[in-house]
Every structure is written in structure tokens, then in C-alpha cells.
Design a protein around this ligand. Structure first.
Ligand code: ADP
Ligand code: MG
Length: 498
């Protein structure tokens, strides 16, 4: 048999792109296919529920199983979500796209075919832009198409049996396919995070990776600089960013090892095993021809009128990039802070609300990206679960800005809010007696007391040691329980020491 060499259809779009960083002399090439489960309440072609976690096989109806005599009916909500993604990424939204049957056999697909889009997808082109470090990267989309999910095989190892749960059959998916534009693991993970941010931001997918709502397939190949694209292996179903990074790193090293040992990479589909940290081949790869795609005779072409697109556009939320630019422009935040605050809709909303409750934007940004981010990380929770609500942070910062309390006291209030010891900023300030000392007489008394018992520091200060002075200031602050104004303490101390 002679070998037919088919040119890689992705090759042409790579011409002229700069070479990426080399790993042991090899350039890494990565392209992504992401399945985003669309957040509709019912299935893509039926009225069955898409809710996660129901009893097996209680949510697959006759249409989902393609029983004879049933007909699929397009879910408008799924199409609308596809339009939203296209608008968010600057894609062309096809006025007419076509559903096709992708034929294959698998136990979780009893109907024998999956309804997908093949030749004419609904979303075409577009770009995802994001920062890796301080470098702006752009990944081009090839397409995003609508399709239905299959069921799930459940392997109950403890009884040595497998079962099929068809609840997921017919759940709407948007498969988002990129050009092989990524050049490192870091870039690939940053792309996936950005896409995740966008689909959750515009509300088309809940983004829950554990439940499989956002699953990424990473296509990875390596080549020596200047060579044509290498043969790719596709790592399937990466459902956490950490596994994604481990899997791609492992795959790159494995492929380089194979080539250096004189072997050829076989195109294959592989799975990542988190227990071993390795990828292993699941099956060799089918070609499109194996699926015998043909237009689904039960579904007319999907027509999208410009008016519909315009209506969806009018209802689109402000996107993260635009929001970050606004924070820089209107609130005077740095680009970096603005980028941090627009990591998720929830975080941006938190910031907006704190500001609307009276917080100075710059201070709100510092608290959120500093103290609050640290605590959230330590407790491994998201901003939605932060014990201090945005309105409380807003009030607290307002009390710093209006001079009611100094920063040191604000920390005490914040602790009380976070631990649930109190819930009302002003009440905590009063209960803990945190207002600064305004009475000079009382402060002078404290200073006299400190001076009377710290002769050694006084002598050292007079001998020219600055450290000794700072020690005295510290003593006074401590004796005042942090309520004294440090500038005032400085002035009074200097006066008394002559
Ligand atoms: P399939 O569904 O068979 O995997 P697609 O054409 O839908 O095929 O998707 C191919 C994916 O593989 C795209 O994300 C593309 O960017 C990526 N890809 C293509 N060629 C390479 C390559 N040589 N190295 C890495 N990724 C590649
Ligand atoms: Mg693929």
C-alpha cells in the first residue's frame, strides 16, 4: 500500500507567524477544541431538562434518543448563545448554517449519530486576546459550531459493571475551535482561562469544569523551527486548568523524546491520567471521512436574520476588556489593577458595588487585589463566598477616606467583618472604640509615661540614633492602642525631647 500525504489544512494560516520559544530545540504548536455546555434549561432539540445530577436516565426523552417518529426542534436559546459568543469575539455570524449527522457507534450514543454542524458552522472566525505576563497574545478562531452532547458511560468498578446514563444526551454544546496559534503551555492555559472568562461573563455557559460544562481538548505537536507542522496528538477532556498544564507539559516532553529516539508521532487521541501525570493513547484518530457526515434531513438550515443579531447585540453586557479600559479611564487605576479586577464578572461587580457604597476606587482596588485576594486564595473560595460583602468593604473604605479611622484600625474592623464578629462597620468602630485619639492632653500623658520608663532610648536618641526615636514612637502607638495619630506623636515627642 502506498502512503497518501495530505497537506495539513491548518498549515497555510501559520505562514509568517513568528517562531515560539524553543523546548530542547523544538517549537511547540497547540490548537484547542473546547466544548462549552450552553446554559439553556432544556435540550438543544427537545424540551427535556438539562439540569445536572438527576437520577440516571430520567431526563432523556424520545427526541434525545431519536426514536422513530420523533423530530428535533431547534432551541432558540442555544442559537442566541452562539450569537453572543460570535459578537463577543468579533466573529462572522453565518446568516445560514447547516446541521449534519456525524455517524459513529458508541454505547452512550444509541441513536448512532450526533447532530452537529460540519461544512457551514454558525460562528466563523474571530479572535481571543489575552496577556501572558505582559505580552498581548491573540489566538484566531476557526469556528464555533452548535451540536448535541452524547450520554455518559458510568464505570462502576466496585461491582465490575458499566452503565449508561443518557441524561446528558441532547444537551446543547458550542464547540469552539482555534487555529493552532499557541506556542507554549502557558499560552494555552491562558487562552483557556480567557475563553472560560468570556463564556461565563456573557452568561452562555456556567463554566463548571468539574461537572463538565467546559471541557477542553488540546491538540499538541512539535517541530523544528522552519519545518512544516508536525503530527498532532489530541489530549481529550481536560477539565481543570491544573491538569491542562500538567498534561500539555508531559505531552510536549513525550513527543520530543519520541522524535529524538528516531520514532515518528502517530496521530492519536490521548487521555491524561492525573494519578500518573501521563498521557496515554486511547485510539488512533478518525478522519472526517470516517464519520460519513451528511446534512440532517430532519432539520432545515438555521437562518439568522440581521435584526436578531442586532437585538442580541443591544443586550450584550460590557465585556471585560472594555470594562478594564473604563476602570483606567474613569477611576485612574493602573492597567494591571484593572486587569486583576476584571478576572471575572463576580469580581468586577464586587468592585463596582464597593465603589458605589462610597469607597475610593484606588483603595477599593488595593483591598480587593491585596488583602481580600490573599484571604480568598488561602481559603480556596471565590469572591462570591467572601465573608465581607462589597457593601461592607465600601463603608469601611469610606470611613478611612473621611478620616474617621486610620488604616491600622480599618484592619481591626475588617477582621471583625471577615470572622463574622460584627456586620456593621460603624457599630464595630464604636464597640471597639477605634476612633483615633483627638485629645492632645491624653496623648501627652501617654508620652510622658513612655518617656519616664525608657531612659535608655532617650539617651541613644540624644546620641544621634534614629532607631531609638522610632522605638519611642512605637511604644507610644502601642500604649494608645493604635489610636494615636503617628504624625502628632512624632511632633510631640520631638518637642519634648528638645
Ligand atoms: P478534529 O475534530 O478531527 O480534531 P478539527 O479540524 O476540528 O479536527 O480540529 C483540529 C484542531 O487541531 C484545531 O484546534 C487545530 O488548531 C489543531 N491542529 C491542527 N493541526 C495541528 C498541529 N499540527 N499541531 C497542533 N494542533 C493542530
Ligand atoms: Mg478534535
Amino acid at each position: 500500500m502506498t502512503e497518501t500525504v495530505v497537506a495539513n489544512p491548518f498549515e497555510q494560516a501559520q505562514a509568517g507567524r513568528p517562531t515560539g520559544p524553543l523546548v530542547q530545540g523544538f517549537e511547540v504548536i497547540i490548537g484547542f477544541e473546547t466544548h462549552a455546555q450552553l446554559s439553556t434549561e432544556s435540550k438543544i432539540f427537545s424540551r427535556a431538562s438539562t439540569a445536572f445530577g438527576a437520577e440516571p436516565n430520567t431526563q432523556a426523552c424520545a427526541v434525545d434518543l431519536a426514536l422513530p417518529g420523533t423530530l428535533p426542534v431547534m432551541n432558540k436559546g442555544a442559537v442566541e448563545r452562539a450569537i453572543k459568543l460570535g459578537l463577543a469575539l468579533g466573529s462572522h455570524i453565518a446568516p445560514r448554517s447547516v446541521f449534519a449527522r456525524k455517524n459513529y457507534f458508541y454505547p452512550d450514543l444509541p441513536k448512532g449519530y450526533q447532530i452537529s454542524q460540519f461544512e457551514i458552522p454558525v460562528v466563523q472566525g474571530g479572535t481571543v486576546s489575552f496577556f501572558v505576563g505582559d505580552e498581548l497574545k491573540s489566538v484566531r478562531l476557526v469556528r464555533a459550531h452548535l451540536e448535541e452532547d452524547a450520554g455518559k458511560s458510568l464505570h462502576e468498578n466496585f461491582i465490575g459493571q458499566s452503565g449508561i446514563d443518557l441524561n446528558r444526551a441532547g444537551t446543547p454544546l458550542l464547540e469552539i475551535v482555534t487555529e493552532p496559534d499557541m506556542r507554549s503551555t502557558a499560552e494555552a492555559v491562558a487562552y483557556a482561562k480567557e475563553l472560560h472568562k468570556i463564556v461565563t461573563w456573557i452568561g452562555i455557559c456556567d463554566g463548571n469544569m468539574q461537572e463538565g460544562s467546559f471541557r477542553c481538548d488540546a491538540n499538541v505537536s512539535v517541530r523544528r523551527p522552519g519545518e512544516p507542522l508536525g503530527t498532532r496528538r489530541e489530549i481529550k477532556n481536560l477539565n481543570s486548568f491544573r491538569f491542562m498544564q500538567q498534561a500539555i507539559d508531559y505531552e510536549i516532553r513525550w513527543q520530543i523524546g519520541e522524535i529524538e529516539d528516531g520514532r515518528k508521532i502517530q496521530q492519536a487521541t490521548v487521555l491524561f491520567d492525573p494519578d500518573t501525570g501521563e498521557t496515554r493513547a486511547m485510539r488512533t484518530k478518525e478522519d472526517a471521512a470516517d464519520y460519513r457526515y451528511f446534512p440532517d434531513p430532519d432539520l432545515p438550515p438555521l437562518a439568522i436574520a440581521q435584526e436578531w443579531i442586532d437585538r442580541v447585540k443591544a443586550g450584550m453586557p460590557e465585556l471585560p476588556r472594555a470594562m478594564a479600559e473604563r476602570y483606567v479611564r474613569d477611576h485612574g487605576l493602573s492597567e494591571y489593577d484593572a486587569a486583576q479586577l476584571t478576572q471575572s464578572v463576580a469580581l468586577a461587580r464586587y468592585f463596582d458595588e464597593a465603589v458605589s457604597k462610597g469607597a475610593t476606587p484606588k483603595l477599593a482596588s488595593n483591598w480587593i487585589t491585596g488583602e481580600i485576594a490573599r484571604r480568598l486564595n488561602a481559603q480556596e473560595i471565590g469572591i462570591e463566598a467572601a465573608p465581607v460583602k462589597a457593601s461592607q468593604l465600601g463603608q469601611l473604605i469610606a470611613r478611612i477616606s473621611d478620616g474617621t479611622i486610620p488604616n491600622s484600625a480599618a484592619r481591626v474592623v475588617f477582621d471583625a467583618l471577615w470572622s463574622g464578629e460584627g456586620s456593621e462597620v460603624d457599630a464595630i468602630i464604636a464597640a471597639k472604640d477605634l476612633k483615633p485619639m483627638n485629645d492632645t492632653g491624653a496623648l501627652e500623658k501617654i508620652i510622658d509615661g513612655v518617656l519616664a520608663t525608657n531612659q535608655k532610648n532617650i539617651d541613644e536618641y540624644r546620641a544621634g540614633k534614629d532607631k531609638a526615636f522610632n522605638a519611642l514612637v512605637g511604644q507610644v502607638m502601642k500604649a494608645s492602642q493604635g489610636k494615636a495619630n503617628p504624625a502628632q506623636v512624632n511632633a510631640l515627642l520631638k518637642a519634648k525631647l528638645g
